[in-house]
Design a protein around this ligand. Structure first.
Ligand SMILES: NC(=O)c1ccc[n+]([C@@H]2O[C@H](COP(=O)([O-])OP(=O)(O)OC[C@H]3O[C@@H](n4cnc5c(N)ncnc54)[C@H](O)[C@@H]3O)[C@@H](O)[C@H]2O)c1
Length: 307
């Protein structure tokens, strides 16, 4: 059966790419958000995830049978208003779960983040089921939802599938995360040739190409439940980089970029996140591996950037 998918937060950095790929994968897609994104090429409705009545109507009107729940406030933006971050990320998550339970929707994709980890997580190489004591409200909110997800899955109430995304590299505008610099640098390399970075030059963090993130997510959603060894989110990994390493790559593909550093509060967030994660469980369970390394990612995404 063709799936009929509702995406929340579809106007954000990841939304338009997931919309495109899910349509290509022969699904019907309804994009929703509280703000419009003109590049979305499918039905669109303004929908605030707190509006239960409207969610109920949309699910019925469009005969939805799957939800991709992307509406969120990300790490750096989240530290500016921690209580709103908790509200949107957690009350939003619960509201979507309630809507799914009411309408007999059995399957949700919901992205978690490497922000669930903290200094107690062996940050040099973080295992899937590592200790977690996140230090941002974004990480706290994602971890709380991970626990609720585990509960719903264990009780067979809803089948919620999730991946802890690292920094995602795409040519769309980033939404206020600690890894935004990786995209900003590509834009500035193509445009002004000058960039002031908010992280230290040697701050290593895990990253991945948007297409690899989507490929893994769709595979995870399609695979039979019996193949899954986790009821909570999977780690995923592709490559690790730092501002100075990313700069070298950008230069190696023919772009000139002058870097300045003005380190701000986001460095502290980066310090509490993994340098590298162990995604053995995901690779084994869904038979996935990334197609793009760091160099291929930089080359591909910079070519897609239109000024
Ligand atoms: N981009 C990344 O690198 C990354 C990494 C890890 C996890 N994630 C997760 O992936 C998901 C999508 O991230 P993104 O980068 O596209 O984020 P983004 O900030 O670019 O987009 C989030 C969208 O949610 C919408 N939104 C906010 N409040 C809403 C509400 N009340 N109702 C409906 N929509 C609302 C915003 O308008 C925005 O378009 C999030 O859950 C995020 O935590 C992203």
């Amino acid at each position: 059966m063709k799936n009929r998918i509702l995406i929340t937060g579809a106007s954000g950095q990841l939304g338009e790419f997931f919309v495109k790929s899910l349509i290509q994968d022969n699904n019907y897609v309804l994009a929703t958000d509280i703000r419009e994104n003109k590049s979305l090429d499918c039905d669109f409705e303004f929908f605030d995830i707190f509006n239960f009545e409207m969610g109920d109507q949309l699910i019925k009107k469009y005969k939805i049978n799957q939800v991709y729940n992307f509406a969120a406030i990300l790490s750096a933006k989240g530290e500016k208003d921690p209580l709103l971050t908790w509200e949107i990320n957690n009350a939003g998550f619960i509201n979507i779960a309630r809507l799914c339970l009411k309408n007999d929707i059995k399957k949700i994709f919901w992205p978690s983040s490497i922000a669930v980890f903290g200094h107690n997580s062996n940050l040099d190489f973080v295992k899937n089921d590592e200790a977690m004591l996140p230090e941002t409200m974004y990480g706290v909110s994602k971890l709380a939802c991970e626990k609720v997800m585990f509960y719903f899955n264990s009780k067979n109430l809803i089948d919620i599938r999730s991946i802890r995304f690292p920094g995602i590299v795409s040519n769309s505008e980033p939404g206020g995360g600690t890894t935004d610099y990786i995209i900003d640098m590509l834009y500035h390399a193509k445009k002004e040739k000058n960039y002031t970075c908010f992280l230290k030059e040697n701050a290593f963090l895990p990253m991945m190409h948007i297409d690899d993130a989507i490929d893994a997510s769709i595979k995870l959603m399609k695979i039979d439940k019996s193949s899954l060894s986790k009821r909570s989110p999977y780690n995923i990994s592709s490559f690790e980089t730092s501002p100075s390493r990313w700069l070298d790559l950008i230069k190696s593909i023919g772009y000139d970029l002058k870097m300045n550093y003005k380190v701000d509060y986001r460095q502290k967030i980066a310090d509490s996140w993994p340098k590298k994660v162990d995604d053995t469980a995901l690779r084994k369970d869904i038979k996935w591996s990334p197609k793009y390394n760091d160099l291929e990612t930089a080359k591909h995404i910079i070519n897609l950037i239109q000024l």
